[in-house]
Design a protein around this ligand. Sequence first.
Ligand SMILES: NC(=O)c1ccc[n+]([C@@H]2O[C@H](COP(=O)([O-])OP(=O)(O)OC[C@H]3O[C@@H](n4cnc5c(N)ncnc54)[C@H](OP(=O)(O)O)[C@@H]3O)[C@@H](O)[C@H]2O)c1
Length: 329
Amino acid sequence: MKAAVHARYGPPEVVRIAEVDRPAIGDHDVLIKVHSTTVNRTDCGFRAAHPFFIRIFSGLLRPRKTVLGTEFAGVVEAVGTAVTSFGVGDKVFGFSEWRFGAHAEYLSMPEDGSLATMPANVTFEEAAPSTEGSHYALSLITSAKIRSGQHALVNGATGAIGSAAVQILKSLGAEVTAVCATENMELVKSLGAGRIIDYRLEDFTQDEQTYDVVLDAVGKSSFGRCRRLLKPGGIYLSSDLGPLSQNPILALVTPLFGGKKAMMPIPPKYRQEEVKHLKEMIESGQFRPVIDRRYPLDQIVAAYRYVETGQKIGNVLIDVEPAPGSRSA
Ligand SMILES: NC(=O)c1ccc[n+]([C@@H]2O[C@H](COP(=O)([O-])OP(=O)(O)OC[C@H]3O[C@@H](n4cnc5c(N)ncnc54)[C@H](OP(=O)(O)O)[C@@H]3O)[C@@H](O)[C@H]2O)c1
């Protein structure tokens, strides 16, 4: 089968398209013919081994997982002898955490892994990018126990995590202020933001309003700069380590003093229940992934280069098995 392979850590150009063996499946596994996948920030981090500590998980000198790709949507091609909950021909989507392997024509997943049958109301192209940004956004929002009527500010509302965060906060009944660029204000409004701050015109950290939660989904602020935006007892959340990798330390230290605090929860292990929950959110219209460019698998190096500009709007798709009539960038 065709796959995007990287045998060493490095820039996008270390990835090449090669013929590799189809993954074998055990009694409890399903083999999925991948239609759509994404290039996301997790793929970029593991390909480049950046930050360096990623090597602890992915291989000290060279990558153990040579085919990356976490998010997928496709069709079950074969099932192991003990599989009962999926059948050949089922449309499925999910997240291949730690195992990766979705940048290929076929992917194997354990039957009880983080996958589910696809929501009825989306295509492969919409299902594939539904699982990463939403996972990190959910983990941040759940840890802060945000309630209906609370005020939240999302910085980086056009990213994969930020665009999911705006929608999830809105579905919880929060009042959302979003920070983005002029040209994306209408998009972010359509996701549920009640108020928009254009970061090219205004410094959001100087805003007069105060918030129960400030969620930096793009790692461009700090607890220190956002502290004045927080109500008493307010929470600063970040999806990123912070400019000096300070966020994990602040998350340990600031709760000890009471009052305003920083939180940076370790995202929980991806479970099948979470994919099923996302499926329900998609079917009920509470969440829809934002899609930016799409590339054929053969052009995955260009997709990596684009994602690493830090300017993608939502998600970047990879068409592995393009649907008839679909067009890549
Ligand atoms: N916790 C984890 O394990 C984990 C996993 C994945 C990602 N992350 C981190 O989470 C962050 C977000 O990831 P992502 O994939 O959601 O990001 P992304 O999609 O690459 O986010 C880029 C978006 O941020 C916007 N942006 C850039 N600079 C901005 C600024 N100064 N103010 C407001 N918006 C700005 C860009 O819009 P413009 O084009 O307008 O600039 C673009 O739409 C990254 O720092 C990533 O490293 C963490």
